[in-house]
Design a protein around this ligand. Structure first.
Ligand code: AMP
Length: 541
């Protein structure tokens, strides 16, 4: 017997329509230089209609890729809805990637139209001769800067002025492509992940569940995570569906800019990678801001150090919501939330749990497989590669013959090595290539980093494997002292600090002090660079 429910198509158009009907007065604020630009949802929806008409006049058709090269701002949000709702495919591009990778991505995706923030125009001018399929460039502002070399080029606001606000949104199938993002590509070329209307719709519901982040109409949400990094973790779609006010930081991403914006706009919820919040924590040590409007801070993309979670909560009363995910997963996979009966645990146990990556959200199934191909027990000790499946998880990469190796039996192989405890909390031990293999034992570089970063004189730390004649690999700690301790922090202090937490075999063989930890294009620690830098490092005997 079959169920007898409607075969209702889950599309982004229905999210936009809901926002139009219910939330015309809600607000979208963008920091633009010293001033703030304000739009209502009513204006946003009208402009989305104009933009869809303008794109159609430029020749954009169903399935065509519409790329953006832009900061987080209100115009970017308009493209987020105009492109998918007209049946085209939104494609935000990571503006921090090297030029050759950007050109690869634009060509591989066969982007037809490219939106460019005026401040980013010089980068695109350099690349334009290599962007083979781009038919139109659109400057996201009032006018086309004089003397630009790209062509044909249009000004965003001119296109809108000349187009009608009424666009007959087509009836789309829920499995049609809505958006795509490329992985930040640590080895080889980046891989394309194509999201469907259905996956984005369901993922939006996933973000809104009380047991994930409980996004709601009452939130004033500030996505600091770039709109090119997994679609700002899917938050623009969820927040517009719900009618939350939005605050976009534009290109102003320094800790002081963000703290001021949270304070002045009374932001209730924000999201970004740990390095960003470490910067804010450091700022708050010396300067005062009223951040009491914040009910939470979604931290993901890399492990949130336990010391950071504790410092925000104990010193500043701000709740850190630690989550794990991937570009291939839209990205939401797990959230570290205590269960009701864990609320009575002693403080240190609670924070230890919260620093884990947490339990899978409804919709995402997990398992971990060890080297012999068997599923690991959920005992918090055994290591294995995490595999996932669910309705917002990739089923193959876009036009890429590397797809096969990433899937096993209908599961997606994440490449993250984890333990899973009896309560179902996963802990990322490492990316499989970061784990340190020492004499048959695996040492988690992330555990060591977290412990070192808990030292009061340490700003940042990365631990890497260095070749060792006897043990195969041994850990080397690369440490950045806080500015006040630059000349005084010693290797002995770091090792002494670790001794009480780790057995001898886990302790780094050496500690080096560095100016800063290199970062990837999305702000994560780039340990590849350190591995090259310290390739021939001689560890003490
Ligand atoms: P990306 O697709 O660029 O977002 O990168 C996904 C990868 O980031 C994951 O496979 C993890 O290795 C890492 N990652 C994401 N969130 C976390 C987290 N909360 N803790 C540790 N690693 C994370």
């Amino acid at each position: 017997m079959q169920g007898q429910m409607m075969d209702y198509q889950l599309t982004i158009t229905s999210l936009l329509e809901r926002a139009r009907r219910l939330f015309p007065k809600k607000e979208i604020v963008t920091k633009a230089g010293p001033s703030l630009e304000r739009f209502t949802y009513a204006e946003m929806v009208e402009r989305v209609g104009r933009l869809a008409n303008a794109l159609e006049k430029l020749g954009v058709r169903r399935g065509d890729r519409v790329a953006t090269f832009a900061w987080n701002n209100a115009r970017h949000l308009e493209i987020y809805f105009a492109a998918p709702c007209m049946g085209a495919v939104l494609h935000p591009i990571n503006l921090r990637l090297p030029g050759d990778q950007i050109a690869y991505i634009v060509n591989h995706a066969e982007d037809k139209v490219l939106f460019v923030d005026p401040s980013l125009l010089p980068a695109i001018e350099k690349l334009a001769p290599y962007l083979k399929k781009v038919e139109h460039f659109i400057i996201m502002g009032d006018k086309v800067p004089e003397g630009t070399t790209i062509s044909p080029v249009h000004a965003y606001e001119d296109l809108l002025k000349d187009s009608s606000a009424d666009y007959p949104w087509p009836h789309l199938g829920e499995n049609e492509a809505a958006a795509m993002c490329y992985t930040s590509g640590t080895t080889g070329n980046p891989k394309g992940v194509v999201y469907s209307h259905r996956s984005i719709y369901l993922h939006s519901l996933g973000l809104s569940m009380a047991d994930s982040f409980g996004l709601s109409e009452r939130d004033i949400f500030m996505p600091v995570v770039p709109m090119f990094h997994v679609l700002a973790w899917g938050t623009p779609f969820a927040t517009v569906m719900l009618g939350s006010n939005l605050v976009f930081p534009g290109a102003h991403l320094q800790p002081r800019d963000l703290a001021e914006l949270i304070q002045s706009e009374k932001v209730t919820l924000t999201a970004g990678v740990p390095t960003l919040w470490m910067g804010i924590l450091n700022l708050l040590e010396n300067e005062r801001y009223d951040l009491s409007s914040l009910r939470g801070m979604i931290v993901g993309g890399a492990a949130a150090p336990q010391s950071m979670i504790e410092a925000f909560e104990k010193k500043h009363g701000i709740t850190v919501m630690h989550a794990w995910g991937m570009t291939e997963m839209s990205p939401l996979g797990t959230v570290s939330r205590l269960k009701s009966y864990q609320m009575d645990l002693p403080d240190d146990e609670k924070f230890t749990l919260r620093a884990k990556q947490g339990t899978s959200v409804p919709g995402v199934e997990i398992r971990a497989i060890d080297e012999s191909g068997g599923e690991i027990p959920w005992d918090g000790k055994a290591f294995g590669e995490l595999q996932v499946r669910g309705p917002w998880i990739v089923s193959s990469y876009f036009n890429d013959d590397r797809s096969a190796e990433s899937f096993h039996d209908g599961w997606f192989r994440t490449g993250d090595v984890v333990t899973i405890d009896a309560e179902g909390f996963i802990q990322i031990v490492d990316r499989s290539k970061d784990v340190i293999k020492s004499g048959g034992e695996w040492i988690s570089s992330q555990d060591l980093e977290n412990a070192i970063m808990a030292h009061p004189k340490v700003l940042e730390a990365a631990v890497i494997a260095v070749a060792h004649p006897k043990w195969q690999e041994r850990p080397l700690a690369c440490v950045v002292p806080k500015p006040d301790f630059k000349d005084s922090l010693t290797k002995e202090e770091i090792l002494e600090h670790l001794k009480s937490r780790f057995s001898k075999m886990y302790l780094p063989d050496d500690v080096v002090f560095i100016e800063s930890v290199p970062k990837t294009s999305v702000g994560k620690f780039d340990k590849k660079v350190l591995r090259v830098q310290f390739k021939d490092f001689k560890l003490p005997e």
